[in-house]
Design a protein around this ligand. Structure first.
Ligand SMILES: CC(C)(COP(=O)(O)OP(=O)(O)OC[C@H]1O[C@@H](n2cnc3c(N)ncnc32)[C@H](O)[C@@H]1O)[C@@H](O)C(=O)NCCC(=O)NCCS
Ligand SMILES: Nc1ncnc2c1ncn2[C@@H]1O[C@H](COP(=O)(O)OP(=O)(O)OP(=O)(O)O)[C@@H](O)[C@H]1O
Length: 210
């Protein structure tokens, strides 16, 4: 039954696991999805204080024409340099956290909503969610998918990104649900089954709080 405060579900997974694909199916089922990666990129352009902090830390080159996020420059800077990545994370993640809270505040009458993020356990933001679904796939399949999807990245760059993310074995210990997106099972029925489980969990939580 819909509540005024929705249950908060995280969907995470390493690069190329298929979490965006899974979230597109949840969205078709009517579940509101907050895409942290996309929102982060918007905030890195729209949030003036954040823009100034990024320019101060990474130089004017972080923006092409002074205003468009220079993603390829930043990707080269941070994904092969953990301390630079940590610096960028420390600027961007608090802004995303505030933006997500404002988004949740206007999601009334929803049983549950989804926060999709490449990094959830790594940032500790799982602690403010009710449950987390981890999407996994074998690493070699993930690398192949990303190289096919992102022609601008080479294999070393993809493996560097993987190296900056928590390993699936560690994430599995922290996740409430795991979806193995290894292309051996049909994805849509698996997401529909998870949707039903999440609706049941949200209804139980709402009944307890009523
Ligand atoms: C460095 C940036 C500009 C590169 O942009 P680009 O379009 O090339 O890559 P994209 O954002 O699509 O990221 C590619 C993949 O890398 C992984 N990734 C992104 N940010 C991070 C990070 N901080 N740590 C580890 N992996 C990351 C994700 O799996 C992601 O899907 C961008 O990734 C970024 O701003 N990252 C820092 C902010 C962040 O942490 N965003 C994600 C969570 S809010
Ligand atoms: N079950 C599947 N069958 C076939 N292709 C798939 C499947 N799942 C994902 N893909 C493809 O693999 C690629 C990576 O998937 P997706 O973009 O959803 O991953 P992601 O986890 O969101 O990655 P990133 O962290 O880079 O944003 C996409 O091109 C997608 O179409």
């Amino acid at each position: 039954m819909p509540t005024s405060k929705p249950t908060l579900v995280g969907v995470t997974g390493g690069i190329g696991s298929g979490k965006s694909t899974v979230c597109k199916i949840f969205a078709v089922l009517g579940v509101p999805v907050y895409n942290s990666d996309n929102r982060a990129k918007s905030l890195m352009v729209e949030d003036k204080a954040l823009v100034e902090e990024i320019k101060a830390a990474f130089g004017e080159e972080a923006y092409s024409d002074g205003q468009n996020l220079n993603r390829s420059f930043l990707a080269k800077e941070v994904f092969s340099n953990p301390s630079k990545l940590q610096k960028l994370n420390s600027l961007v993640h608090p802004a995303v956290g505030r933006d997500f809270a404002s988004w949740v505040a206007v999601q009334s009458n929803q049983p549950y909503v989804i926060k999709e993020a490449a990094l959830l356990f790594e940032t500790g933001s799982n602690n403010s969610l009710d449950s987390v679904l981890l999407v996994t796939a074998p690493e070699e399949l993930r690398v192949r998918r990303v190289l096919a999807r992102d022609p601008q990245r080479n294999e070393k760059q993809v493996r560097d990104i993987i190296g900056n993310q928590l390993k699936d074995e560690e994430k599995k210990k922290l996740a409430d649900y795991v979806l193995n997106n290894n292309e051996q099972e049909l994805l849509v029925p698996e997401v529909v089954a998870l949707h039903e489980a999440l609706l049941t969990a949200a209804a139980k939580k709402a009944a307890k709080e009523a």
